[in-house]
Ligand binder design. Structure first.
Ligand SMILES: Cc1cc2nc3c(=O)[nH]c(=O)nc-3n(C[C@H](O)[C@H](O)[C@H](O)COP(=O)(O)OP(=O)(O)OC[C@H]3O[C@@H](n4cnc5c(N)ncnc54)[C@H](O)[C@@H]3O)c2cc1C
Length: 284
């Protein structure tokens, strides 16, 4: 199907894009287009105008410094996974990107688009939350920061206002090294996560000071496996604490079922993938 007709505007700065969104309430941002364009072709979205950010240079790039990684929202998956220092600081990022879609999707999809779209089966949303990320946003009411814990509201819904643009994604660098990992069971037809699990563990001196375990695919939005996180906190990061956390990884989660994967199957996958992700993190 063809999309409904729309106007197209190529922005050259964030200020120009914010102004366009303010003047045209039915406009939408176009980033990589790999979620928005398919939705328009299915007529699930029918914006009157697209404001294209692909030529906005200030939204590109990755830097590490002052205890954080700063990632421009229009940085593509490929640019991000190969950016200097990213794989060392956040092993979960290339692990997730390597299993997103195909090469065309990875060449065009952007981190800002992935977070703003908040597909319930997206991969980077879970990684971003597990890593304790936040986003910087520009909008008609001025710049502000949204903590990752406040960004994802429900299926395909975020706390962004209609004229908000994610400008940068900020990820804190772990104090004691990089114990993060991502494991996914992909749907064989779509490649999206039936279940994905992102973990980020801080364990200075072998004792877990911070455990973040986030599930995607099984829940309406990326969600902390809070019972498993609590089981690890303050414990030695070893086989016993790992097994205890895995056994209750699905507890307390509102898990969705569908004809392809029942709630029970997804619950089991959460445990299996939590174990694999924690074992990978432990080996780092
Ligand atoms: C064949 C195929 C397979 C895929 N497989 C996977 C997969 O396995 N895992 C996965 O996670 N994803 C998958 N995707 C989705 C892909 O990751 C998308 O690229 C991503 O979800 C959206 O990023 P985008 O840059 O393409 O955003 P767009 O499609 O351009 O935009 C998506 C939405 O976000 C808004 N938006 C974009 N950028 C911003 C911004 N900076 N600020 C505010 N709003 C913004 C847009 O207005 C739109 O509403 C797949 C897509 C395709 C086509």
């Amino acid at each position: 199907m063809f999309p409904t007709s729309f106007e197209y505007h190529r922005a050259t700065s964030v200020a120009e894009a914010v102004a366009m969104l303010g003047e045209h309430p039915d406009a939408k941002i176009l980033a990589g287009g790999h979620s928005l364009i398919p939705a328009m072709k299915l007529r699930l979205a029918a914006p009157a105008m697209l404001v294209d950010l692909t030529r906005v240079a200030e939204l590109k790039g990755v830097t590490l410094g002052d205890g954080v990684a700063t990632i421009g929202a229009m940085t593509t998956y490929d640019e991000l996974r190969f950016a200097e220092g990213i794989a060392d600081a956040f092993p979960a990022i290339p692990e997730a990107i390597n299993v997103i879609g195909d090469q065309q999707v990875r060449a065009h999809g952007t981190i800002g688009g992935a977070l703003a779209h908040n597909d319930p089966a997206a991969d980077l949303t879970a990684v971003f939350l597990a890593l304790g990320g936040r986003v910087e946003v520009a909008g008609s009411s001025g710049p502000r920061t949204i903590d990752g814990e406040d960004l994802f509201v429900d299926l395909w819904t975020t706390s962004l206002e209609p004229d908000d643009i994610i400008t940068r994604v900020i990820l804190p660098l772990a104090a004691d090294g990089a114990r993060s990992a991502y494991r996914k069971h992909a749907h064989p037809a779509s490649g999206y996560a039936v279940v994905g699990v992102a973990v980020a563990i801080e364990a200075a001196g072998g004792v877990v000071s911070k455990a973040s375990i986030v599930v995607t695919g099984a829940t309406s939005k990326p969600t902390h496996a809070a019972a498993a996180e609590a089981a690890l906190a303050g414990k030695a990061f070893d086989a016993d604490s790992l097994a205890a956390a895995v056994s209750i990884a699905a507890d307390g989660l509102e898990i969705n079922g569908d004809p392809y994967a029942s709630e029970e199957y997804r619950s089991q996958l959460i445990k299996v993938l939590t174990r694999r992700a924690l074992e990978a993190a432990m080996s780092r």
